[in-house]
Design a protein around this ligand. Structure first.
Ligand code: DGJ
Length: 735
């Protein structure tokens, strides 16, 4: 068992292969956090708790005259509210009598094999190769009978611990939850940097790193989606931590809606981190006997720097989160019609693009937006999921048949969560969109958000989308979502429950995906929200790849993909070669470089293949061939960031290494060329020091140790925006 309870010491110890997590029940029944870090065998870390009389930090009543026991500085596992702790809290409850407060004390626990399950929400699962044990600790407020069940699952080999919180109302009267964090963790020190991924539409997941300071540093979203602006992921690490050294803690929230992550440095130089659903407009009614389930957070610890931390998430998310049976298979190379045609197409134009792509080695044609209703621009027709016969004379089925005759598979774009004002659906059911009474609706991209908190709305969407998927041969679906929520009010819900709508929308979305995606296990689903506006672990549970960004500029993508790689596997990032000058930035970059960048993800194409020269097509054909050859390394190997594009501007380099360390693909893009520049050496990572390797383009054999310590010379002949790849193979290994 990877979880132990020591009755004599009242400690819970959770062990993964390389980390230890320990908690203790205090003399008054509070659950205190003792330690999370490098694995420690059979030690009691209670000695770390140092009780002292702290001025202006009150003590709970049961401490009597003992002024040294204050919850204002003791490290807690799930903080009490209204009981002497002034730090940012795990929970806020409005009790039946109108009072606020929750004082949870340990009332029991349960340890069992296997993973706990969350109802209607994504969460990690164990596979045959995993040892997973779980722990539930029951905290109860003796005055109100509100009960919090803290749940932990330990993925021993994966070095991952998941947490979730269930709140049960055992009181005969109704209460309101105004905040429930999925996890709280208190550190007894504060020498950490806070790393998070922020950005904007077309420039997602930039990496921000700041030392934590007194007060609160908060990231989050109340846009109704995880958002382009902040990602539900955070790292706390030593100030000196880098890719290879230092203690790093990862916190990843498996949820696609509003979230918050608060990092607080307190008056005693301690740190608290809270992660959960954002409390803005959140108020959850809990009647007697009902419970609320908070989404899951996945925690990882690496004592060996950031690369290792990312690899822990990559391994776990590939194997224990992506549920699609297709996620383990080699993904098809797609060509997508969006940047090739936007809304301006008919069947002939699409078939021409598809036909020209066949010789390049493309395997699947995706018809993006504009195929339904009377949609010739983005002003109309969302919700009217019937084919536009003016554009597609033989209908979707006819187009799909023609595409299949070419030997390609067929993919389709949908945006099921939205409705256009100019649509039959909206004219028939104006109450089906989220809205606030008496206020005119805010618009985003001329569209409104359907009320997914309503089962009748979800069921309509399920039947209309499933009808399309069942009538036409479709092997790939791009599921888009192009505006955020502004009005979180539902026309059929009673007023006391309107504070639940943001969350119920996400539960509705997960229900939709269960009913559409799970019922079509042979279709590969790709998530999208104006690019990467909902690039989160919750979506990966349903859709193993996500369109990383609407920015297809290869140079911008270096930063976007670098940031994304901190939390998400390479196999989750869909990345396309597009035309130059690039449609978002106007930049021109060689097609080889566009391919090298797109290969750092799920490679595809997003251009008009009829306009490519023969030479360009040949380059694409070779890209696809190389990509397929290296796919096992790229999609299933270990990933190394060799440079940080936010700090080092000359070039960006990264490396994919096979799990057995016998093969590697090294990629480098020159981003800022100076004349007569210095000779640089790229130091590789992840190889076997004693093994001997060949390196493409370099004569002779090199030991792994040499390649990692002296490196390989960066070719001085490279010009700005040019790229190079090195294939590194162990001699005697597969070439
Ligand atoms: C936003 C997506 O990110 C694009 O790739 C494209 O599918 C458009 N929507 C279509 O409206």
């Amino acid at each position: 068992m990877s979880i132990r309870y020591d009755e004599s010491k009242k400690t819970f110890t959770l062990q993964t292969k390389n980390s230890t997590y320990q908690m203790k029940v205090s003399e008054y029944g509070y659950l205190l956090h003792l330690y999370y870090g490098d694995r420690i065998e059979d030690e009691d870390l209670s000695y770390l708790l140092k009780l002292q009389d702290r001025g202006f930090s009150p003590c709970p009543n049961e401490a009597g005259n003992d002024r040294t026991f204050s919850l204002d500085f003791l490290p807690q596992e799930f903080s009490t509210d209204g009981n002497c702790d002034y730090r940012s809290g795990s929970i806020e409850v409005k009790n039946a009598d109108g009072s606020y407060g929750f004082v949870g004390k340990v009332k029991g626990h349960r340890i069992y094999s296997g993973k706990y399950k969350l109802e209607g929400m994504p969460s990690l699962f164990g596979t045959e190769g995993d040892t997973v044990d779980s722990l539930e600790i029951r905290l109860q407020d003796e005055a109100t009978l509100l009960t919090v069940i803290l749940r932990y699952s330990v993925f021993e080999e994966k070095d991952i611990i998941t947490r979730s919180t269930r709140v049960v109302n055992e009181n005969p009267e109704t209460v309101y939850l105004n905040r429930v964090m999925s996890m709280t963790m208190d550190f007894m020190d504060s020498d950490y940097d806070f790393i998070h991924l922020d950005g904007r539409h077309t420039m997602e997941r930039e990496v921000t790193r700041i030392p934590i300071s007194y007060g609160m540093q908060t990231i989050g979203s109340f846009r109704g989606a995880s958002s382009h602006q902040h990602n539900p992921f955070a790292i706390l690490c030593d100030h000196g931590a880098n890719e290879d050294f230092g203690r790093c803690y990862g916190f990843s929230f498996i949820y696609s809606g509003n979230f918050v992550c608060k990092v607080e440095k307190d008056q005693y130089d301690q740190t608290r981190i809270n992660m959960g659903i954002h409390s803005k407009h959140f108020s959850y009614q809990l009647k007697s006997g009902e419970y609320f389930e908070a989404p899951e957070a996945a925690l990882a610890y690496s004592g060996q720097g950031l690369t290792r931390l990312s690899q822990l998430y990559h391994n776990a998310y590939r194997e224990n989160l992506c549920r699609s049976p297709l996620s383990a298979e080699i993904r098809p190379i797609v060509i997508n019609s969006w940047e090739a045609a936007y809304f301006d197409f008919d069947d002939d134009k699409l078939l021409h693009i598809a036909r020209e792509a066949v010789d390049m080695g493309v395997e699947l044609f995706v018809l993006d937006d504009g195929w339904f209703g009377k949609r010739d621009d983005d002003c109309s027709s969302l919700g009217d999921w019937t084919v536009n016969r003016a554009k597609l004379k033989k209908g979707l089925k006819g187009l799909s048949d023609e595409i299949h005759k070419m030997g390609l598979k067929f993919g389709l774009w949908i945006e099921p969560e939205m409705v256009s004002e100019d649509s039959d659906l909206y004219r028939q059911h104006p109450d089906w969109c989220l809205q606030t009474p008496k206020r005119p609706l805010a618009r985003g991209r001329y569209q409104l958000v359907l009320d997914l908190s309503r089962k009748d709305v979800c069921d309509y969407i399920i039947s209309s989308i499933n009808a399309i998927l069942d009538e036409t041969k479709i092997e790939y679906v791009k599921w888009d979502m192009n505006r955020f929520i502004t009005e979180s009010w539902s026309s059929i819900e009673e007023k006391e429950k309107q504070g639940e709508i943001y969350h119920r929308y996400i539960l509705g979305l997960y229900y939709l995906m269960d009913q559409i995606i799970l019922t079509h296990p042979d279709i590969l689903f790709c998530g999208c929200s104006g690019g990467g506006g909902r690039f989160d672990p919750g979506m990966l549970y349903y859709q193993p790849q996500i369109w990383c960004s609407d920015n297809t500029d290869a140079i911008c993508r270096l930063k976007i993909q670098y940031g994304t790689s901190f939390a998400y596997p390479i196999s989750s990032m869909e990345s396309h070669v597009s035309v130059c000058p690039n449609h978002q930035t106007g930049r021109t970059v060689p097609i080889t470089t566009r391919g090298v960048t797109a290969m750092d993800g799920i490679l595809g194409y997003e251009l008009d293949s009829t306009k490519l020269t023969t030479e360009e097509k040949e380059i694409c054909r070779k890209q696809i061939e190389d990509y397929k050859n290296f796919y096992p390394l790229i999609a299933k190997g270990d990933y190394y960031r060799l440079t940080n594009p936010f700090a080092f501007h000359e070039y960006t380099a990264w490396q994919h290494v096979s799990k057995d360390r016998s093969r590697s693909l090294v990629s480098l893009v020159l981003t800022d060329k100076e004349a007569n520049d210095a000779q640089r050496y790229l130091k590789l990572k992840g190889l076997k020091p004693e093994a001997r390797y060949t390196v493409s383009g370099m004569p002779g054999l090199y030991s792994g140790r040499l390649l990692m310590s002296a490196g390989i010379p960066v070719p001085g002949s490279l010009l700005e925006y040019e790229a190079v790849q090195f294939y590194v193979g162990e001699t005697g290994g597969q070439s």
